[in-house]
Design a protein around this ligand. Structure first.
Ligand code: FMN
Length: 378
């Protein structure tokens, strides 16, 4: 029994479910640990957060062949409208349980670097990497929501300074994962005496790291420290240039970074039906109060959203959290996926207004077409 739940698969980071995947376009389901998921809407079918719902999505994803699941790290939404809006599971405890109850997917936790000391994070990460048999991955974020920080009695640093903290955070945690003898660390932001952390993660020298900051500073940080970076894309036609620029900048420092973007999927039998559904879920049922507050906070504190025009920013924030819309028939969605994949995108963080429906539709309808289109082999 233990062998299926805690598989002993000592894997190097580049051979885990994501990097070992034979699929041209990798997929990761985003936000299954939060009320509403990525859709800022009062519509009934958006995710109602409780453990049974979250787990049933995760287990459907695990069985579907999708490579990964990424939870959202947020302590509260920018604006308080109703208590349901703040319902979110803490990502490490969530990931530990998910790791024990799945067998195939890469299980991410998402962490605000400035809110967690690397010594604490290194131990938690190793623990989940062992529970999952080497399937853990970490999404590190610098943060943007000042209300998250205020709740912990902290003030968010200036944008550039956040990434100075983040770089030192990564330097220390990498040292913790690789040093066998106790060591002292005397950084500008972190200090420690006789630091030791055993056991080491199964993935050697460290688990997969993703950093989704899309600002110039965020992308520079990701190029140096992460295995996966995210591009924020307003117009799909711009994808080839965005990917080429990202890869070229990484190569300048001798690194290769996977380039992902996020996609919000609404697939219906006709384009008209798909558009009508978006009209319903966002324009009629949208929580514009929340949507506006996220946009205002993002504009103030992050540069990830600088690429979006005023015309699209609000709706894009509410439908997939600034994801690329993949709205239409299955054929139209496959065309868009082919376009971004041919432009060099390695993977998509996907979400839907209705996750249960979305995963089922993926397995039954989209996956066979993706295989036919050469985007996936399984
Ligand atoms: C797929 C994806 C996942 C993200 N997850 C989180 C998250 O869980 N918590 C968070 O605060 N920010 C999250 N972000 C936001 C960014 O990682 C980043 O922290 C933010 O945009 C501010 O950084 P920047 O201004 O340097 O781009 C996510 C972004 C993307 C594209």
């Amino acid at each position: 029994m233990a062998s299926t739940i805690y598989p002993d698969r000592s894997k190097a980071p580049m051979q885990g479910p994501l990097f070992g995947s034979p699929n041209k376009l990798k997929l990761a389901v985003f936000c299954p640990n939060t009320q509403r998921g990525t859709t800022t809407s009062f519509a009934e079918e958006t995710l109602k957060l409780n453990w049974q719902n979250s787990l049933s999505i995760v287990q459907a994803v695990d069985a579907s062949g999708i490579e990964a699941i990424i939870p959202l790290a947020r302590w509260r939404k920018p604006k308080f409208t109703s208590p349901e809006v703040d319902r979110i599971y803490e990502t490490f405890t969530w990931a530990a349980a998910v790791a024990a109850l799945t067998q195939n997917v890469q299980v991410f936790a998402t962490l605000h670097m400035a809110l967690t000391h690397p010594v604490m994070a290194a131990k938690a990460i190793t623990t989940i990497d062992h529970i999952s048999g080497g399937r853990f991955a970490l999404n590190v974020v610098a943060g943007w929501n000042s209300h998250d920080f205020a709740m912990l009695g902290m003030v968010q640093k200036e944008h550039e300074d956040r990434y100075a903290v983040a770089a030192e955070w990564m330097e220390l945690i990498e040292k913790i994962w690789t040093e066998n003898a106790p060591f002292d660390f005397n950084g500008t932001y972190y200090q420690g005496r006789n630091i030791v952390s055993e056991p080491k993660p199964i993935q050697s020298p460290r688990p997969v790291i993703m950093s989704a900051g899309s600002s110039p500073a965020g992308m520079k940080f990701a190029r140096k420290w992460a295995d996966i970076n995210f591009a924020a894309i307003e117009h799909i036609e711009d994808t080839p240039k965005i990917v080429a620029d990202t890869r070229a900048a990484a190569q300048e420092i001798g690194r290769e970074v996977g380039v992902y973007t996020s996609a919000w999927i609404v697939c219906r039998d006709t384009e008209k039906e798909a558009q009508e559904y978006v009209d319903y879920v966002i324009r009629q049922k949208g929580d514009y109060d929340q949507g506006n507050s996220v946009v205002a906070e993002m504009i103030k504190n992050s540069h990830s959203t600088d690429v979006f025009s005023r015309k699209t920013i609000q709706e894009r924030s509410m439908s997939g959290f600034f994801a690329l819309p993949m709205v239409g028939t299955a054929e139209q969605i496959i065309e868009r996926m082919k376009f971004v994949s041919n432009a060099g995108i390695d993977g998509l963080a996907i979400s839907w207004p209705d996750y249960e429906f979305g995963v089922k539709q993926y397995s039954e309808k989209l996956l066979p077409m993706m295989i036919e289109a050469g985007l996936r082999v399984k």
